[in-house]
Ligand binder design. Structure first.
Ligand code: ZN
Length: 242
């Protein structure tokens, strides 16, 4: 099966459409959460994702905050301003849909969570120490997470007790060795200094993983955010990718 793996769309419909167009026909889509927050089109993004065929979709911290499942105390000032705007803007049916999303799920050989298998909503896997601890928190050969907005692979090689960090190159087909924690990067707000939308194609038969980057009209999204008075910092970071 060819799976489109996406995460952290963050209400950026232009980036999402660019990804869906480039990815083309797939057998299923796995979405690791944060459909909303930061960006100007939360309703369009929820609608588009929820109607994708053979979808598995998880809840992220921004989704959870937008439906009052968690508080905004741990969000910084600008992020919580964006959450308040999102709460006002999201339609009730779309809020109801976000409410149905699980925070962690297992599909075949893969455990899926937004942040980490240990703390699905919150934890960032940004270093090998934290990743190593998290290998004890899932039973499948592989785990896929989002949340950090950076495409990364942590591998636990045979006999090793600590994880290796691998930064996958775009368009490079990687053979997956058990065990690994994979991150497809962010569709709507990349933070690895490459502003292009990021996604992965997973082949569950061949066990390959390929990161793709796709350009989209960043200026158009920034103009919409400007119009809605969304925080300047979030507008600016779309073009720096940081
Ligand atoms: Zn996010």
């Amino acid at each position: 099966m060819h799976i489109l793996v996406i995460s952290d769309i963050h209400a950026n419909i232009d980036a999402l459409e660019a990804v869906l167009t480039e990815a083309g026909e797939v057998d299923a889509t796995w979405c690791l959460g944060d459909l909303v927050g930061y960006g100007p089109n939360p309703n369009d993004c929820v609608f588009r994702v929820q109607h994708l065929p053979n979808l598995v979709c998880l809840i992220g911290n921004h989704d959870a905050a937008s439906i009052d499942q968690i508080g905004t105390e741990t969000f910084n000032y600008e992020a919580s301003q964006a959450i308040l705007w999102t709460k006002r803007t999201l339609s009730q049916p779309h809020k109801d849909y976000l409410l149905t999303l699980p925070s962690i799920i297992t599909v075949g050989q893969f455990t899926l969570a937004h942040g980490s298998p240990r703390q699905p909503i919150w934890e960032y896997l940004l270093d090998t120490y934290t990743a190593t601890q998290n290998f004890a928190c899932f039973d499948t050969p592989y785990c896929i997470v989002g949340h950090s907005h950076i495409p990364l692979i942590y591998q636990l090689m045979d006999g090793s007790t600590s994880a290796d960090l691998n930064i996958p190159q775009a368009q490079h087909l990687m053979q997956l060795e058990p065990r690994a924690i994979l991150n497809p990067g962010s569709v709507g707000q990349p933070r690895d200094r490459d502003p292009r939308a990021s996604y992965a194609i997973l082949d569950t038969d061949q066990l390959t993983w390929e990161i793709h980057r796709v350009p989209y009209d960043i200026q158009a999204v920034q103009d919409k955010m400007e119009k809605e008075n969304l925080p300047e910092r979030h507008i600016h970071r779309l073009s720096t990718g940081w």
